[in-house]
Design a protein around this ligand. Structure first.
Ligand code: NAP
Ligand code: GDD
Length: 337
């Protein structure tokens, strides 16, 4: 039985990956950090796998306990999914974000190099590294130009992974994953904020969803498809870097429309910029208004990924398209309201 260790197992991707690895017969271990409301296992519970995983106290800021844990576990595969993952918060917590999302990666790589150099390592890199995009679509060879403290920290994590592969021969791969969502998505991210807000409106609520930049475009896929790609990367004989994306880009506005339509609404858009609104033609209810506090100091306007390498070398394909994703999330929030 193979043994895997997942950092960030309580997050969206961690929960889907834990389920996938259990289905494949792995012994699954995960790192959870202490908090007053610990353990935060709701996502693992929602997928019905909370009782099947082995949990360990773990924090990416704490090198010595990490060292001891890895020395004991010596996992076959380690998936580093833990991060301060919210781009918006990285401007208010830039130093913390750098400590976890950049330094945390080298702490874990260095502990692995010493305690368990045969472990195969996955780093959660991100399309946010492309930022002010230098090429359309973006692939593994596109130059990086991050636009947030989060993106800058992730660039370090990406290159230190490559560096430990080249310097010490670790089997260390980076997945450059474009945005991926699900009913388990954190509530602060725009897709989930939209589907939760629309579910409340569909149940009789009257508070419109307050959003920022409606023109940004993202390449959105389903998290369940993306964790399969992570696993496939670590099954390759040689470690490498891969983009995972759908090659379809959608504005925030269009995602909102798809989610509203899935709940039977008929959206009418009016105005522009800070005056833009969305109303349901059927009921006259105001569904969305712009709130400038959700604009970011610097924006990533357009992400669209080219996952040809993953398709050819890993045989990986996304299965859920953007309309199916919006419907899945909207209906889940409506049903669980
Ligand atoms: P998520 O839902 O926000 O989960 C983040 C996880 O990291 C949580 O389990 C969190 O624990 C844990 N964590 C945060 N700080 C930690 C620390 N100091 N020590 C240990 N654990 C810590 O994120 P996600 O969407 O699953 O994303 C997984 C990874 O992929 C992240 O690294 C993210 O940056 C990256 N990524 C995500 C996407 C995407 O679209 N989802 C795209 C590209 C890359 P708590 O439960 O205690 O908060
Ligand atoms: N969160 C949020 N809230 N975003 C909004 C809002 C709002 O009210 N209104 C508009 N947006 C816009 C943001 O300005 C951004 O352009 C876009 O919606 C997506 O924002 P998020 O859903 O917060 O995701 P993200 O693209 O910044 O980051 C996610 O994807 C990255 C991969 O590209 C996160 O999962 C990162 O961890 C991940 O690396």
């Amino acid at each position: 039985m193979k043994k895997a260790f997942i950092t960030g197992i309580t997050g969206q991707d961690g929960a889907y990956l834990a389920k996938l690895l259990l289905e494949k017969g792995y012994e699954v271990h995960g790192g959870v950090r202490r908090s007053a409301s610990q353990p935060r296992l709701s996502r693992l519970e929602q997928l019905g796998v909370n009782a099947d995983v082995h949990l360990h106290d773990f924090d990416l800021s704490e090198p010595y306990s990490m060292f001891r844990l890895l020395d004991t576990l010596k996992p076959d595969e380690l998936y580093n999914l833990a991060a301060q993952s919210f781009v918006g918060a990285s401007w208010t917590t830039p130093i913390y974000t750098a400590d976890i999302d950049a330094m945390g990666v080298v702490r874990i790589l260095d502990a692995l190099r010493t305690t368990s150099p045969e472990t195969r390592f996955y780093q959660a890199s991100t399309s946010e590294m492309f930022g002010l995009v230098q090429e359309v679509p973006q692939s593994e060879t596109t130059s990086l130009y991050p636009r947030s403290p989060y993106g800058v920290a992730k660039v370090y994590g990406h290159f230190i992974t490559k560096n430990y592969r080249e310097s010490f021969g670790l089997h260390a791969s980076s997945g450059i994953l474009f945005n991926h969502e699900s009913p388990l998505r954190g509530k602060e991210f725009v897709t989930r904020k939209i589907t939760l807000g629309l579910a409340e409106l569909a149940h009789g609520g009257t508070t419109p969803v307050q959003l920022g930049n409606m023109d940004a475009k993202r390449d959105w896929g389903f998290a369940g498809d993306y964790v399969e790609g992570m696993w496939r990367m670590l099954q390759q004989e040689t470690a490498d870097d891969y983009v995972l994306a759908t090659h379809v880009t959608t504005t925030i506005r269009d995602f909102f429309t798809y989610a509203a339509e899935a709940l039977g609404m008929d959206v009418e858009w009016e105005g522009e910029g800070k005056s833009e609104t969305a109303t349901d033609r059927k009921t006259g209810k105001l569904l969305m208004q712009v709130a400038p506090e959700f604009y970011r100091p610097a924006e990533v306007d357009l992400l669209i990924g080219d996952a040809s390498k993953a398709r050819e070398k890993l045989g990986w394909e996304p299965k859920v398209d953007i309309r199916q994703l919006a419907e899945m999330m909207a209906k889940s929030d409506y049903d669980n309201f």
